[in-house]
Structure formats: C-alpha cells, structure tokens
Design a protein around this ligand. Structure first.
Ligand SMILES: Cc1ncc(COP(=O)(O)O)c(C=O)c1O
Length: 386
C-alpha cells in the first residue's frame, strides 16, 4: 500500500500544493524586469509579517545562514555580547558568535523553561554595556516560546544602546513578530517552517539602528554582506543568483497568508498548541514545558520508563504514518516533538493525536484510545463556539 507519511516535525513542514505548483513556474532571469516585479510584489507583505517599516532582505541559504549573516554583520572580533539561551538553537547562536571572535556572556534558562525578561533587565544593568543581545524567539529543541515583546522592552530600556538580534526561524509566520514596536533590530527566519516552503531561503529584517552598526562592523564577510543585499534590494534585485523557485513559492504563501489574515493565522497556531497540550495531558503523558511558555508551533512531550519516546516514535511513523521529531542534544531519547506550524490546522491535530493513541495502544496502553482525541475536540469546539 502506498500511503504518505504525514510530516509533523518542527520543520521542514508540509508544502501546500498551490505553493508546490507555483514553484514549478518556468525560470526567469534574476536581472530582468520580471524578477524585479516579483521582488517588489513580495516586499510589502514581508514587512507586514516582520512588523517593520525597515528592510526585509532575502538570503539564499538555510536558517543558520541567516543567523551567521546577522552575526557577521553586527559583531567585530572582541565585541562583548549577551547570549540568551534555553536550548540547542540558542547554543548554536553561541557557537557562531564564538567563531566570529565575540566575547560572549550568557544568560541561560534550563531546557524546557523560557528566558525571564526581568533577569535580562538585571543582567544588562549589572554586566552591560553589550554591543548586542542574541535571543531565540521559539526554541525548537524544547518547544519554548520566549516573550520577545518583554525581552525587547528590557533591552530597549536597560541595554544602553545594545542591539537585539532574534532567531525567529521556527516562529515567524506562525507567531506574532513586531520588529518596530518591540525594538527588535535584526530578525531572521527560514523558509521551511511556518512559511510553508522547502528549506533554502532566509529572510532577514533589519532596523534603521542596525544599519549604523553594520556600517562599522569589522568581521570578514562576502556572500553574507548585508550591505550588498540592501544596495541590490533598493533596485529590487539580489546581489547573487537567488533561489527563484523559492521566491515564486513565497509569493504564493504570502497570498495564502494574506487571504487568511495574520490574526487568524496566529489564532490557528495557538489553537493547535492548546489542542495538542490538552490531548497529551488526557493521554497521561507529560509535557516538557509549562503553559506559560509553550510554543504555538512545536510541542515537546516526555517519554516515560513505561513508554520511552524513541520506540513510540518509531511505531508512530512505521505503523501509523505520522512522523514526529526526537529530542536533541541532552534531550535525545528523552522527548518527542510534534510540529504544528504552517500548512496545518486543527483537523490535522486530531489525526496526529488519534495516531499517537494507536501507537500508545501498541505499547501496552490500549486504555488511552479516544481520550486524547476527545480532549482535543473539546478545545476545538470551545474555540468554534466562542
Ligand atoms: C529556532 C531555530 N533556529 C535555527 C534553525 C536552523 O535552521 P536551518 O536548519 O534552516 O539552518 C532552526 C532549525 O530547526 C530552528 O528551529
């Protein structure tokens, strides 16, 4: 039997058929008027999505390329920076900063918890000034959403001019980002998460204030030189051949997102989060994170001695055709992670939960059948009947 495995990892995420079709359009030259027209059509909604009147630039590369671009353009060797980290992707920012010779001070939260904005304010006052603060909006390795608005205000108030650089790779498009209102200076995202595209495109928002620092930064850079992207962008081009197929697809995802409306998109993601969390509890499994810092795009669930996460994940994929992700680094073998971002809705959550119940039944828990689905249905009904 040929049956698709449903991809429910926290990226890459499923690509809508309309988007896949759009990516198949005949190729165009990247120095021609058709490309510039496409570029100009993309910018207004890109700015709306980032919540900025500043620049949004396209760099061909994965999310990590976007993170490295941010570091290379802001940090000079020896610059003192503050890294806020609560998981594997925060630590990746730390590795990139170390590679660029930054003097990195860290404020860490235990894995599964979020960064406390008050602790950020205290740290900035006690140990600042810093050139920049680096933070992960949505820590995909643990399913934690940091309070970007509160962190933005803390850095604005107590940062003595420090820039705030944000990895929103697994949030932007599924969770609200307001660069200008929240005082965010550089925001990076990737195509393969809530933007419903294949991997390979980084989108980078840059504030007016960030350009002043970029002009002064001493780190070596060529492909990732943001000033080149800005100069070309002002002519509706990119400095090097972009992934044109992904930009065709981006135009279609933007059209789908505009039709749904950003407020509705964020509500849909919150609803998926709430359905999954209610179901996991009803199934007697343990969530890694508290409700107060739960991500709207990915949920981390603990395995137990009775039902360890890896065999459960294997059964879920092989027998019941739903692929979820495992844990990373120190959480490897300890948790599984359900992605609910982009091209996904409440009905898909019922499928995931029903399949998970089947997998749990195979692993000696037949009594759970129906419990998670019912809990998720109740959350969905409450939302519909509101
Ligand atoms: C929060 C976060 N940052 C960065 C990345 C790295 O992105 P990429 O794998 O596209 O380089 C990911 C990918 O999962 C992520 O979730």
């Amino acid at each position: 039997m040929i049956e698709d495995v449903q991809l429910r990892i926290p990226g890459p995420s499923p690509v809508p058929p309309q988007v896949a079709l759009a990516m198949g359009q005949p190729m165009i030259g990247h120095r021609g008027s058709e490309f510039s027209a496409l570029y100009e059509r993309l910018i207004p909604f890109a700015k709306e999505l980032f919540g900025t009147s500043g620049d949004v630039l396209f760099v061909t590369g994965s999310g990590t390329a976007g993170m490295e671009t941010a570091v290379a353009n802001i940090v000079s060797p020896g610059d003192k920076v503050l890294l806020l980290t609560c998981g594997s992707f925060g630590n990746r920012f730390g590795q990139i900063l170390a590679a660029y010779g930054a003097d990195v001070d860290r404020l860490e939260a235990p894995w599964g918890e979020c960064i406390d904005p008050n602790a950020v304010a205290t740290k900035l006052q006690a140990a600042g000034p810093y050139k920049a603060v680096f933070v992960t909006h949505n820590e995909t390795s643990t399913g934690v959403a940091n309070d970007l608005k509160a962190i933005g205000h803390a850095v604005h108030e107590f940062g003595q001019g420090a820039l705030l650089v944000v990895d929103s790779v697994s949030a932007l498009g599924g969770m609200e980002v307001r660069m200008d209102d929240w005082h965010l200076d550089i925001v990076v995202t990737g195509s393969q998460k809530a933007l419903m595209l294949p991997p390979g495109l980084a989108l980078i928002g840059v504030s007016e204030r960030a350009w002043e620092v970029i002009d002064q930064a001493q780190s070596p850079r060529f492909y990732f030189n943001l000033k080149k992207y800005k100069a070309s962008g002002d002519k509706a081009q990119t400095p090097y051949t972009p992934n044109i197929a992904l930009l065709f697809g981006l135009e279609k995802t933007f059209a789908l997102m505009q039709a749904e409306g950003l407020t509705n998109i964020y509500r849909r993601h919150d609803l998926m989060r709430d359905m999954v969390r209610a179901a996991i509890r009803a199934l007697g499994l343990e969530l890694l994170t508290a409700d107060s810092c739960a991500s709207s795009t990915v949920t981390a669930v603990k395995g137990s001695s009775e039902v360890p996460s890896e065999p459960l994940r294997k059964t879920l994929k092989e027998q019941f055709k739903v692929q979820v992700a495992g844990g990373q680094d120190q959480l490897k073998g300890e948790i599984f992670r359900i992605g609910h971002m982009g091209f996904a809705g409440p009905r898909d959550m019922l499928t995931i939960i029903a399949s998970l119940e089947c997998a749990l039944a195979v692993h000696g828990k037949p009594e759970v059948l129906g419990r998670g689905v019912k809990a998720a249905q109740e959350v969905w009904l409450r939302e519909v009947q509101r």
